[in-house]
Design a binder for this molecule. Structure first.
Ligand code: SAH
Ligand code: SF4
Ligand code: F3S
Length: 459
C-alpha cells in the first residue's frame, strides 16, 4: 500500500483478531496525541479489542510517544524498561510504540534495537496501518518497524467514533509549516494539511448526536486552516459554520499562532455565542532578538498590540500562553523583557519551559547555548512572577458568577463536581450527579493557583 492510499478503514483480515482481548494505551505529549490515542482505540475496537484501564490485563499495549522535550523521551524510555517485566510474564503480549518520538530520524531503529520486548514501532504517518501490523505480528511473531518518512498525500478519514462525556477533541489539520527554530514538531508531524470542512462538520454533528456539548478544534496553528484547500475557506469561516450545529454549546480551539490570527477571527469570536472567551496564544519570548532567532514571525510590539485588541473586542476574554526560557543567545536583558511582557499582558496562566535542544532543529546547532544554571534560575523567577499573576487573576473571580459545563466528579475532590468556565478555568463545587453534562451557574467562593471553588445557583 502506498502512503496516498492510506485510510482508516481496517482490512477484512484484521477483523475479529482482538475478540475477547484488551488494549491499553499510554499517551504522552499534546492533545493531538490524545486525539490519536482515541483513534487507536477506535481502530483496535474494529478488530474486536476492548479498551482496559489496567495495563496488566492487556493483550496489546500501545504507547503514543512525544519528543517535544527530552523529559518526555526520558519518561518513555523509563516506561519501556518497566514493560519488560510484563512481557516476561505474558509472552503473548504485543507492545507497539508509535507517534512523534519514533518518527525522528534513526529513533525507530534505536527503540527496536534497544528494547527487544517491543513488537511494533510505527511512525506518525502509519497510524492507520496499526491493525495490519498487529495482525501480522500476532500470526508471525516477527517484530516490525514501519516509519514512513513523508506525509501521506491524502488526509486520513477519521472514522465515526463512539464517545461519552461532554467534551471531544476534533482534529482539523495535521502538521506544521512554521519551523520555529527550537521545535521538532514539523519534522515529526509533517507538512500542514487541512481536513475538508464538510468532513469536520459531519464529525462534529456525529459527536453532538452522542451528547457532546463542547469541542476543541485541534491543529498546531489553527489560524492557517484552509490555506492548502482548493475551497476558499479560513478558520473564522469554519467556526462560524460549526456555530450553526444545534446542540453544540461551546467551541474551543488550539493552538493559535500570533502571526496568523486575523481581525476576522477576533471579530467572529466576539459575535459568536458558542466560541468560548479564551485564546491560548503562545508568546514564547518577550524580546525581539529572541523572537527573531526563534523564527516566530512577530515582534514584541505586534504581540502586545494583538493582545490589547483581543481584550478590547472580546470582553472578559482569558489569555493563556507558552513561554520558553534560556533559548540560545538569551541575555539577562532579553529575559527581563520576557518578565516585563508577562506582567504587561497579565496572562491568566502559562505553560513555562526551559529551552531543550532537539536534534535536527536549527537552534540545537546555535553556538551561544545558555548554561543549565542560568536556565534554572530564570525558569524559577518566571514561574514565581506568573504564579503571582495567576493567583491574583483567580482571586479576582471571587463573587462572580460563571457558567460551568459540568464534566463529572472532580478527580482530586471526589465528593464534588468539576467543570470549566467558558474562560477555561476549572471550577469545583458541590452538586448532584444529575448535573453532569449540564451548564450550571456557579458563584465563585474561593480560589487556588490551579482552580476555583464555588457554589451552584439553582433557580
Ligand atoms: N504548535 C503549538 C505548540 C507546539 S509544542 C504552538 O506553536 O504554540 C508546545 C510548546 O512546547 C510550545 O509552544 C513551546 O513553548 C514548547 N516547546 C517546543 N519545543 C521546545 C523546546 N525545544 N524546548 C522547550 N520548549 C519547547
Ligand atoms: Fe512548533 Fe512553531 Fe509549529 Fe508550534 S508553530 S508546532 S512551536 S514549529
Ligand atoms: Fe509532542 Fe508530538 Fe505533540 S512531539 S507535543 S506529541 S505533536
Amino acid at each position: 500500500m502506498t502512503a496516498s492510499e492510506q485510510s482508516f478503514d481496517i482490512p477484512e483480515h484484521c477483523r475479529g483478531i482482538g475478540e475477547g482481548k484488551f488494549v491499553f494505551v499510554y499517551t504522552f505529549g499534546c492533545q493531538m496525541n490524545e486525539h490519536d490515542s482515541e483513534v487507536v482505540v477506535l481502530l483496535l475496537g474494529k478488530m474486536g479489542y476492548t479498551k482496559t484501564e489496567d495495563s496488566t490485563a492487556a493483550d496489546v499495549i500501545v504507547i503514543n510517544t512525544c519528543c517535544v522535550r527530552e523529559t518526555a523521551e526520558n519518561k518513555i524510555f523509563g516506561l519501556l524498561g518497566r514493560l519488560r517485566k510484563l512481557k516476561n510474564k505474558n509472552p503473548n503480549l504485543i507492545i507497539a510504540v508509535g507517534g512523534c518520538m519514533v518518527q525522528q530520524e534513526g529513533m525507530g531503529k534505536r527503540v527496536k534495537d534497544r528494547f527487544h520486548h517491543v513488537d511494533i514501532v510505527y511512525g506518525t504517518h502509519n497510524l492507520s496501518r496499526l491493525p495490519e501490523l498487529i495482525t501480522e505480528v500476532s500470526s508471525s511473531r516477527k517484530r516490525v518497524l514501519e516509519v514512513w518518512p513523508n506525509t501521506p498525500e491524502q488526509f486520513d478519514e477519521i472514522p465515526e467514533r463512539k464517545v461519552s462525556g461532554v467534551h471531544a477533541w476534533v482534529c482539523i489539520m495535521h502538521g506544521c509549516n512554521n519551523y520555529c527554530t527550537y521545535c521538532i514538531v514539523p519534522y515529526v508531524r509533517g507538512r500542514e494539511r487541512s481536513r475538508l470542512p464538510l468532513e469536520i462538520n459531519d464529525e462534529v454533528r456525529n459527536l453532538v448526536s452522542q451528547g457532546i456539548k463542547e469541542i476543541t478544534l485541534l491543529g498546531q496553528n489553527v489560524n492557517s486552516y484552509g490555506k492548502d484547500l482548493e475551497k476558499n475557506i479560513d478558520f473564522a469561516d469554519l467556526i462560524m459554520m460549526l456555530e450553526e450545529i444545534k446542540g453544540l454549546e461551546r467551541i474551543r480551539f488550539m493552538t493559535s499562532h500570533p502571526k496568523d490570527i486575523s481581525d476576522k477571527l477576533i471579530d467572529s469570536m466576539s459575535r459568536s455565542k458558542k466560541v468560548c472567551e479564551h485564546i491560548h496564544l503562545p508568546v514564547q519570548a518577550g524580546s525581539n532578538a529572541v523572537l527573531k532567532a526563534m523564527n516566530r514571525g512577530y515582534t514584541r510590539e505586534k504581540y502586545i498590540a494583538l493582545a490589547e485588541k483581543i481584550k478590547s473586542v472580546i470582553p472578559g476574554v482569558s489569555l493563556t500562553t507558552d513561554i520558553i526560557v534560556g533559548f540560545p543567545g538569551e541575555t539577562e536583558e532579553d529575559f527581563k523583557e520576557t518578565l516585563e511582557m508577562v506582567k504587561r499582558i497579565n496572562f491568566d496562566s502559562a505553560f513555562m519551559f526551559i529551552y531543550n535542544k532537539r536534534s535536527g532543529t536549527p537552534a540545537a546547532k546555535m553556538k551561544n547555548q545558555v548554561s543549565n544554571d542560568i536556565k534554572s534560575r530564570r525558569i524559577q523567577e518566571l514561574i514565581q512572577v506568573q504564579n503571582d499573576i495567576t493567583i491574583k487573576s483567580n482571586e479576582s473571580e471571587v463573587g462572580k458568577i460563571f457558567e460551568v459545563l459540568v464534566e463529572g466528579k472532580s478527580k482530586t475532590r471526589k465528593d464534588r463536581l468539576s467543570g470549566h468556565t467558558r474562560t477555561n478555568k476549572i471550577v469545583v463545587f458541590y452538586g448532584s450527579d444529575e448535573l453532569i453534562g449540564m451548564p450550571v451557574s456557579v458563584e465563585i467562593t474561593s480560589y487556588s493557583l490551579t482552580h476555583l471553588e464555588g457554589k451552584a445557583l439553582y433557580n
